[in-house]
Design a binder for this molecule. Structure first.
Ligand SMILES: Cc1cc2nc3c(=O)[nH]c(=O)nc-3n(C[C@H](O)[C@H](O)[C@H](O)COP(=O)(O)OP(=O)(O)OC[C@H]3O[C@@H](n4cnc5c(N)ncnc54)[C@H](O)[C@@H]3O)c2cc1C
Length: 432
């Protein structure tokens, strides 16, 4: 079966195929796969890859077809318009299974381990902007993480199944106007009244907040200590009292809508609580681990594309009678950046390999996230320089990357928060 047929199979068939021992543990490629797919992008046999098998590459190759046909041709338009049609794009990704790779099969997911989500995140880096991959990640990884792990069967049927199928758009509501890095200090409250919670407060910077059908909301459900008084709730966005106040105008990630949202006496049934009351902060911290690895994975291909396009441009662009690439300062710099990207990739694979074996990878995930943010800034900035005036236009990937990847050092825990976590694990963070 050719790999491109993979997504055309029904969901059950895909899961069965990916999970069947013959597919998972086959050695070198059998005759039914195309020969070009037997190698990774670097030309190494897929069987020799640190964390990816042939099945990871099959998944990536199927996703690449959707990206090339249904996403990349429209990215410039979506960037200009300041949003992308999330319902339409997610339907297509959901149909092919990409919104539930790491989610249980009973709810429409593929039931695969996190290395497959990493492979998907890497491939999404080939989308020619950061906004669309970010919104996909919010849907497939962030907003549904706790629901899939800790939610009741009833809740999963109501909210998780349509999210995986791509029938709805979801968002994650953690940050507030007064609390971003310091998640414990959020102020939004969900007060229990009879069989309902009454929600009041605000959420800020909410990705896909203008289009979302439901939000995974973090709110204070009691007056107790800040790490034990929070809960996660599934909050339908069309309820009375949910006000999407504004779409935030941003310097980058232009195609992703980002909202500020207010809640005024919003009433949700108590059965919409995810897992146990008071465990929301803990669930959220668990989710951040995956988010940080996913974020690092999602940027690798984009950085490589920026370096490659810079090589292509500087090879044909001449100054002082020679290609710009022939200046040692230019080609050495590009070689250095390529080396750094490879180092980040190795760190990420190390973290993912340990994670899927059940280890606590908080330190490595934080290191990968920190490095991904800093390296993205460096790659975009140094490459942009070699494009001269062209790098300052909106017509090239490097300038979009310069604007989009800047977020990586801020969102999902700023660089300084990552450094604090790493210090804690090194035993050098002073006690308060
Ligand atoms: C485009 C975009 C999309 C987003 N999407 C979502 C979303 O979908 N859902 C969601 O909940 N949130 C989302 N966020 C919010 C994001 O996670 C927060 O912006 C981030 O956590 C930082 O919080 P803050 O902006 O309030 O910065 P602040 O907490 O005010 O921090 C500002 C700066 O202070 C410094 N700082 C903070 N803490 C320390 C420290 N301990 N030591 C030293 N320096 C420190 C850092 O440099 C930091 O950047 C998004 C943000 C953006 C911009």
């Amino acid at each position: 079966m050719a790999l491109h047929c993979f997504t055309q199979l029904g969901r059950k068939a895909r899961c069965k195929l990916l999970l069947s021992p013959s597919w998972l543990f086959r050695g070198p490629l059998s005759a039914h796969s195309s020969s070009s797919s037997s190698n990774t992008a670097d030309g190494f046999p897929a069987g020799n890859h640190l964390i990816y098998t042939q099945e990871h590459f099959a998944l990536r190759s199927s996703l690449r077809q959707i990206i090339d046909k249904e996403i990349n041709p429209f990215v410039d338009k979506w960037e200009e318009e300041g949003h992308f049609p999330a319902h339409q794009v997610f339907k297509s990704l959901g149909k092919a299974g990409f919104l539930g790779v790491n989610r249980p099969t009973e709810y429409g997911g593929m039931g695969l381990d996190f290395s497959y989500s990493t492979a998907v995140a890497e491939e999404l880096g080939n989308i020619r902007c950061g906004g669309v991959p970010m919104a996909i990640g919010v849907q497939s990884e962030l907003a549904t993480f706790s629901l899939a792990r800790f939610g009741s069967d009833e809740l999963k049927r109501e909210f998780l199944v349509p999210a995986i199928a791509g029938d709805v758009v979801t968002c994650l509501g953690v940050s507030e106007s007064g609390a971003g890095s310091d998640v414990a200090s959020i102020k939004t409250k969900a007060v229990r009244k009879g069989d309902d919670y009454i929600i009041n407060g605000d959420k800020m910077w909410i990705t896909s907040g203008c289009q979302a059908d439901w939000m995974c909301l973090l709110a204070n459900t009691s007056e107790g200590p800040p790490h034990r008084n929070k809960s996660l709730l599934c909050l339908p966005m069309k309820l009375p009292g949910v006000h999407v106040a504004k779409k935030i105008d941003k310097m980058g990630m232009r195609s992703s809508d980002t909202a500020q949202i207010f809640f005024e006496d919003v009433r949700v049934p108590s059965k919409y609580l995810i897992g146990e009351e008071g465990m929301g902060f803990t669930y959220q911290m668990l989710q951040f681990q995956e988010e940080r690895m996913w974020g690092a994975a999602s940027v690798l291909e984009q950085l490589e594309n920026v370096v490659q396009e810079t090589i292509d441009y500087t090879r044909q662009r001449k100054a002082f009678n020679q290609p710009i690439l022939h200046n040692q300062t230019v080609h050495f710099c590009l070689a250095e950046l390529a080396t750094e990207i490879e180092l980040l990739r190795s760190l990420l694979y190390h973290a993912v390999a340990l994670y899927i074996r059940g280890h606590d990878v908080t330190k490595f995930a934080s290191m990968a996230k920190l490095k991904a943010g800093r390296l993205s800034r460096e790659v975009a900035d140094r490459c942009l320089q070699f494009w001269g005036g062209m790098g300052f236009t909106n017509e090239v990937l490097v300038s979009r990357s310069y604007r989009d990847t800047r977020l990586l050092s801020i969102g999902a825990g700023a660089d300084e928060v990552m450094l604090s976590i790493i210090c804690k694990y090194m035993g050098i963070l002073p006690k308060k």
